[in-house]
Design a protein around this ligand. Structure first.
Ligand code: APR
Ligand code: ZN
Length: 367
């Protein structure tokens, strides 16, 4: 089985042949069909985040269930599944109160199965981990059954894959974390897979003004096609960018979404808010990054800052819903894919992402 492995964070991806064990209790084996390349993979690749190794990268994938371990009633063999990168334990207080995105005992943070072992091995017997317990840059994976969510008939595999990360993160930040009301004004900083999903979420929520901000002009055109009403190309002059956003939203947006993970744009998302406005921080920074804001006007104007991890996703409920919206033409997720690659193309896709070039690259398997 071929997979894209890094020895440790900060080292390049290498394609290796690995052995995969059969699924054990509570696990399923998935033949991968599609896996998006997300900026969080790049954070690990570039050493921004500490992670154990060697590890198979990739966490935005979908495939077909090939076999199931003992005790698994869902999914079933033959199901198309989207994989969640935060498998819920279903037992902790967060899971039991419907906040599975806040699960306190997810195996995913250990990059292993729930019993603490891994199903991937090199020929010499050495263990290889799977990023977030799903490591989707692999032809086959064994994953926790709670990570594999059956999708509605007819869902395109690429769409299912993107629902597994950027779509749930961006759409959910708007519709679930923020609960954007129809008629409100929204600004989105950063138009990668996550930010463009936030734009689609704002359209779905009925936002009246949707201001898209990126430093790359081509991204603004895509955002406009998806329903952004105003576009602002961010340059080096922060005051000019701020003035354009305030102007487009009649004094500042009700909601500002930051989908890049940079201190400067996080501070700007807070800075553009009018009294009563809400900044929603979606982009993940390298470890240790700090941001600051002027406290008196923030409190005086009753502003809010929310953190949104994974768009508050409850995968078993939200993933099929997002797929149904796509099938009904109301969430054009398919438009985020602009390049199909094989495993050998991942390093090149990372380079494009560093340059802010293009939309989602998707690894397709067995094509
Ligand atoms: N100002 C405006 N736009 C910027 C700036 C900036 N200073 N810097 C980068 N951008 C834009 C890029 O041009 C690109 O369009 O931000 C976008 C980031 O998109 P991707 O790299 O494709 O990232 P994505 O996968 O969408 O993830 C965004 O969310 O989950 C996290 O770890 C992830 O931190 C990352 C963020
Ligand atoms: Zn991701």
């Amino acid at each position: 089985m071929r997979a894209a492995v890094i020895e440790r964070p900060g080292t390049p991806v290498r394609i290796e042949d690995l052995r995969v064990d059969d699924p054990r209790e509570g696990e399923v084996s998935v033949r991968m069909l599609a896996s998006g390349v997300c900026h969080s993979d790049l954070h690990v690749r570039d050493g921004d985040w500490e992670r154990p190794g060697p590890i198979v990268l990739g966490h935005e994938g979908a495939g077909v269930v090939e076999s199931v371990g003992p005790g698994v009633s869902s999914p079933r063999v033959g199901d198309l599944v989207a994989l969640t990168w935060y498998a819920p334990c279903l037992r902790c207080a967060a899971c039991q109160t419907g906040r599975q995105w806040g699960c306190s005992d997810s195996p995913s943070v250990r990059h292993r199965m729930a019993d603490g072992t891994t199903r991937l091995h090199r020929d010499d017997g050495a263990d290889v981990l799977a990023y977030l317990s799903i490591g989707t840059f692999a032809e086959t994976q064994v994953v926790p059954a709670t990570a594999a969510i059956p999708m509605p008939d007819g869902t395109p595999p690429e769409v299912a894959a993107l629902i597994g990360c950027c779509v749930s993160t961006g759409v959910g930040a708007v519709t679930k974390t923020a609960g954007v009301e129809s008629g409100s004004s929204v600004v989105v900083f950063g138009l990668g897979g996550v930010g463009l999903s936030a734009v689609m979420g704002a359209v779905l929520a009925g936002a009246a003004r949707i201001v898209a901000v990126d430093r790359v002009a081509a991204k603004l055109d895509v955002a406009r096609d998806l329903g952004a009403t105003h576009c602002v190309q961010a340059g080096d002059n922060r005051q000019e960018t701020r003035a354009a956003i305030v102007d487009a939203t009649n004094g500042g947006p009700d909601y500002a979404f930051e989908a890049i993970g940079l201190a400067a744009t996080i501070e700007q998302a807070i800075d553009v808010l009018p009294p009563g406005g809400t900044a929603v921080l979606v982009g993940l920074t390298p470890f240790g990054v700090r941001a600051s804001f002027d406290v008196f006007p923030f409190v005086d104007g009753s502003r809010r800052i929310l953190g949104s991890n994974y768009g508050f996703a409850v995968a078993s409920v939200d993933f099929p819903r997002y797929a149904e919206l796509q099938l009904a033409g109301r969430l054009p997720i398919e438009r985020l894919v602009d390049r199909r690659i094989d495993l050998d193309g991942i390093e090149d896709a990372f380079d494009r992402m560093r340059r802010g070039e293009g939309l989602r690259s998707v690894v397709t398997f067995g094509a």
